[in-house]
Write a protein that binds this ligand. Structure first.
Ligand SMILES: O=C(O)CCC(=O)C(=O)O
Ligand SMILES: [Fe+2]
Length: 257
């Protein structure tokens, strides 16, 4: 996956632009959507694709160059979904809960999307971020990091901590929807990507997201007198997320009681 991602981003611009996103949609190749003139753009090129449900794939945005891209991405999507299931079951068991209690909230048509992130070298790394601080809208995010270049940082106790390079590891991040379903036991951390003046960096983030038609809520077993319910029932959290994010607010606040 790393190799074909790198080959795709190394193609001439005209070739990549065959997969350009349309103005009002995030799917495809491009940069940040411009919503307001006061917005600070992230220093990154992206390719954003829906992987699952398979009938929602928009193949016109799936690169055919390099040739094995689609096949490898399909396999990567399948394996990422397996990891998502294994982890959500293990996380439920770790809280002494029935193992499907989080997965059942995904519904029949869970959504899986991928964001390929390409961060070119940046002349002013002190001034410009690759990705602004955010928490993920997903339930879980499975990130294939660059195997040589650091950049991702997490916020804890008001300090930024860098993620070290572990070449053969995936990084799994808890998103807002697991924070909601676990009634705040698993936290969705704020993170950002810093830029680098010399080296380019490529990552692939796979977002695992419950069906937008299904309501999610804190698991009943995690609400009691000592731990009151912290979040409302929410439906289509991703849309809610973007409305808040664009206004510079932390989206999970929209779900808090
Ligand atoms: O590129 C990275 O290391 C992280 C990207 C990220 O946070 C995201 O795509 O949500
Ligand atoms: Fe993220």
């Amino acid at each position: 996956m790393r190799q074909v991602a790198k080959q795709f981003f190394s193609l001439p611009m005209e070739e990549k632009q065959k997969y350009s996103r349309e103005a009002d949609s995030i799917e495809g190749y491009g940069n940040d959507m411009v919503i307001s003139e006061h917005q600070t753009l992230d220093w990154t090129d992206r390719l954003y694709l829906t992987l699952s449900p398979e009938d929602q794939r928009k193949l016109k945005f799936w690169p055919e160059n390099p040739q094995p891209f689609r096949k490898i991405l399909h396999e990567f999507a399948m394996k990422s979904q397996q990891i998502n299931e294994i982890l959500l079951k293990a996380m439920a068991r770790s809280l002494d809960m029935e193992e499907n209690c989080f997965l059942d909230q995904y519904g029949e048509r869970a959504l899986v999307t991928a964001r390929f992130n390409f961060y070119p070298p940046c002349q002013r790394p002190d001034q410009i971020l690759g990705v602004k601080p955010h928490a993920d809208a997903s339930a879980l995010t499975i990130l294939l990091p660059d195997k040589e270049v650091e950049g991702l940082q997490f916020l804890k106790d008001k300090e930024w901590f860098r993620v070290p390079i572990i070449p053969q590891a995936l990084l799994v991040n808890v998103g807002d929807q697991v924070e909601i379903m676990s009634n705040g036991i698993f936290k969705s951390p704020v993170h950002r990507v810093v830029t680098n003046s010399e080296k380019e960096r490529i990552t692939v983030a796979v977002f695992c997201i419950p069906d937008s038609d299904k309501e999610i809520k804190p698991a009943d077993a995690l609400v009691n007198e000592t731990r009151p319910r912290l979040y409302k029932n929410v439906k289509d959290y991703v849309s809610l997320y973007f409305q808040y994010y664009q206004r510079g607010k932390r989206p999970i606040e929209a779900a808090m009681i």
